[in-house]
Design a protein around this ligand. Structure first.
Ligand SMILES: *Cc1c(COP(=O)(O)O)cnc(C)c1O
Length: 423
């Protein structure tokens, strides 16, 4: 007998490409079909068949306060009674901008957009407009949304020129995207030595959370800061995931590095479609209409989205990030011990409220290391966890997310489920 999720997915596949509105959701990698969600409450999701899950995806990051947080819900509902979009300024835009600039000292001015993709795309345009240079350095395995310039894949090692990572992106569009392996400062230095005068920016996830969870090696981020400063290029921290998660002050606050530009998404919108990019006023002044670099949006600064973001940041200011990290760390450690006791090669990476089990015995410090992990073991793990009500990201390349409302019981349920997994 098929479930309502399976029936609906079959229908969806006739109407929506692949049945989903964002690819990984299709659960293709793990040879499963997606669950259709009826509602979320706290750290739990309920599917259309009435099954309950402990949610370690959290909408891929935004729901750090859990689903349907009462304060966020109230703020959005109240905002909706005042109209859902004006296409004119509203007070909450200014309040949210002030909260962001107070949270991250490197951000003196900020522009609201509607997604992380828009944020990175716009930050890149600004970096190019500001420096008068075209080339971009990005790291293999870092994800910066789906704008053309970021969708370049490399062969092994440092590519001298980029190959588009998807049909539909012309070679000419990624010709200016230079690639380096994550954590490989020497490769970046080499790019600067040969093309330093053409490089507008280096963009990096300060903690790489789109190839599982790869931590920056000691000195890597500072090295990027030094190199970009030396060659007059901008350093862009893509904090779409790490912003308000690694710490309230983001990865830059935690690691003490000052980027020129920062991009936001996910948590900043409290579950509504929001992104933002910001940085030094001297650079941000070049954005239209103050400056000449064009960027716009019909729904940007949307009152509902601003209300959700504001309520979320307001609440996060008083939250115990260190306590959440401790809980996540303990959970990740126990999960690793349980899986290892089954004789599979595994290591669980963790920082702040994120974790990723890598099924590999070797160190994982870059995308090529990630690719050597055992996908079959991950698929087995994913499926059996899901059957037991533990909802994990359906890909070995994603990061597990923990919220402030996950309880000891939630963690215990997940660990019990892990104990029952057979490989
Ligand atoms: C999710 C993500 C993006 C893209 O954000 P969307 O809102 O999905 O467009 C960009 N950068 C990073 C680091 C992300 O994790």
């Amino acid at each position: 007998m098929s479930s309502r999720s399976e029936e609906l997915f079959a229908k969806a596949c006739e109407l929506i490409p692949g049945g989903v509105n964002s690819p990984v959701r299709a659960c293709h990698n793990v040879r499963s079909t997606p669950l259709f969600i009826a509602r979320g409450q706290g750290a739990h999701l309920f599917d259309l068949d009435g099954n309950e899950y402990v949610d370690f995806v959290l909408s891929w990051g935004p729901m750090i306060l859990g689903h349907a947080d009462p304060e966020v819900t109230r703020a959005v509902a109240e905002a909706a009674t005042r109209g859902t979009s004006y296409g004119a300024p509203c007070e909450d835009e200014v309040t949210l901008a002030r909260m962001v600039t107070q949270a991250l000292p490197s951000v003196e001015m900020v522009r609201m957009v509607n997604s992380g993709t828009e944020a990175t795309m716009s930050a890149l345009r600004l970096a190019r407009g500001y420096t008068g240079r075209n080339k971009l350095v990005k790291f293999v395995g870092c994800y910066h949304g789906h704008a053309d310039a970021f969708l370049a894949a490399a062969g092994s090692g440092v590519a001298t020129f980029s190959i588009p990572g998807t049909p539909g992106v012309p070679q000419s569009v990624v010709a200016d995207t230079l690639l380096a392996p994550y954590n490989d400062l020497a490769a970046v230095e080499e790019l600067f030595k040969t093309r330093g005068e053409d490089i507008a920016a280096v963009i990096v996830e300060p903690v790489a959370a789109n190839m599982g969870l790869v931590l920056p090696a000691e000195g890597f981020l500072q090295g990027l800061r030094d190199l970009t400063s030396k060659y007059g290029a901008l350093l862009i921290f893509d904090e779409v995931i790490t912003g308000f998660r690694l710490a309230y002050s983001g990865a830059q606050g935690r690691f003490g590095i000052t980027p020129d530009l920062t991009t936001f998404g996910k948590i900043i919108g409290g579950g509504l479609p929001v992104g933002a990019f910001g940085g030094k006023a001297e650079i941000m002044r070049h954005v239209a209409p103050r400056g000449e670099v064009y960027q716009a949006g019909t729904l940007s600064g949307n009152p509902l989205a601003m209300a959700a973001g504001l309520a979320t940041l307001n609440k996060l200011q008083g939250m115990d990030y260190a306590g959440l990290e401790e809980k996540t760390h303990a959970f990740a450690g126990e999960l690793e011990a349980i899986l290892r006791s089954k004789g599979v090669p595994v290591q669980v990476h963790t920082i702040a409220s994120m974790f990723t089990p890598y099924f590999s015995a070797d160190p994982v410090e870059s995308f090529s290391d990630v690719q050597k992990c055992d996908q079959e073991l991950f698929t087995t793990f994913y499926k059996q966890m899901r059957e037991q009500g533990i909802y994990l990201a359906p890909s070995a390349f994603e990061t597990g997310m923990v919220s402030f409302v996950h309880t000891d019981e939630d963690f215990a349920r997940a660990l019990d489920a892990a104990r029952r997994v057979t490989f």
